[in-house]
Design a protein around this ligand. Structure first.
Ligand code: HEM
Length: 245
């Protein structure tokens, strides 16, 4: 096993090489209704808020803790295929401020994806520090807890940072644990392990929150009756011919 395989195997969420079979071009039909096919992500669809967030981040003297206020929006997208691979997903944006402040404390965009065939949850994460990552994990379709992981150097579930961050605040690994609660709330705990020059130990940058629903999700374009904002409304929204020639 070469070094690349070892890094990827460490994350242990890759299906076997031949899982998808020899035909890598034929696409499955999938279901137009994404909300009905999100597996463990289904309860997260919608708009959520909380003033109870907690952050621990690095400062020159060591670490600092802050409370934060968060608005986390997750909206279903039309199912996606990569040849035989089929994803259902949510596009998300979370915006965070300190209590009583207007200035952005943290901002993050990306997708949460569910692949029913493999029971894989994938998180894409982009933040305006000039940093992106792809994290993965496995879960049962009805799981109420799941976790995704990424590690620097992995060519599948990896982390990329701009050169300054890579040298001075190098994110070695990332994990996010999600718990769905029975009262229409959900919680996360996420941890980035940062290597900061001159420090003996890697720094654990931890954020957590419990979010309560403020609005239901808007059905994805293929499932919903309302044309997306900016659309000219031409053609049938339920027609698959627009994306399946
Ligand atoms: C609720 C979520 C988060 C909050 C509130 C938050 C907040 C902060 C704050 C306040 C700092 C200190 C530096 C500064 O003031 O600019 C910081 C540093 C940092 N954060 Fe986060 N963060 C969050 C999530 C994340 C995530 C998901 C990542 C990437 C995986 C990340 C990566 C970093 C890095 C690399 C630094 C070091 C850079 C520096 O200190 O200037 N953070 N974060």
């Amino acid at each position: 096993m070469d070094e690349r395989d070892e890094r990827n195997e460490a994350l242990a969420v890759e299906p076997a090489d031949d899982f998808y079979g020899p035909d890598i071009f034929t696409e499955p039909d999938g279901d137009p209704d994404t909300l009905a096919n999100l597996g463990p992500l289904a309860p997260m669809a919608g708009v959520w808020e909380s003033a109870g967030g907690a952050d621990v981040h690095p400062v020159e003297e060591g670490s600092e803790q802050n409370a934060f206020v968060e608005r986390y929006e997750l909206q279903p997208i039309d199912r996606q295929t990569n040849g035989p691979q089929l994803f259902y997903g949510l596009r998300y944006h979370t915006h965070i401020v300190k209590p009583g402040e207007v200035e952005t404390f943290h901002d993050q965009v990306g997708y949460w994806l569910w692949e029913p065939a493999t029971g894989t949850v994938t998180l894409t994460l982009g933040i305006p520090r000039g940093q992106v990552l792809l994290a993965g994990g496995t879960a049962e379709p009805d799981a109420t807890e799941f976790e995704v992981h990424a590690a620097v150097g992995s060519e599948v579930y990896g982390i990329l940072s701009n050169p300054f961050l890579d040298q001075k605040f190098r994110t070695l690994s990332y994990r996010m644990h999600v718990t769905i609660h029975p009262d229409d709330t959900w919680s996360y705990e996420e941890e980035g392990i940062l290597d900061i020059p001159g420090r003996d130990e890697p720094f654990s940058h931890i954020d957590q929150n419990t979010l309560r629903r403020v609005a239901p999700p808007t059905p994805n374009p293929l499932a919903g009756a309302t044309p997306p904002a900016g659309s000219l409304g031409i053609g049938s929204l339920r027609s698959e011919s627009r994306i399946r020639p």
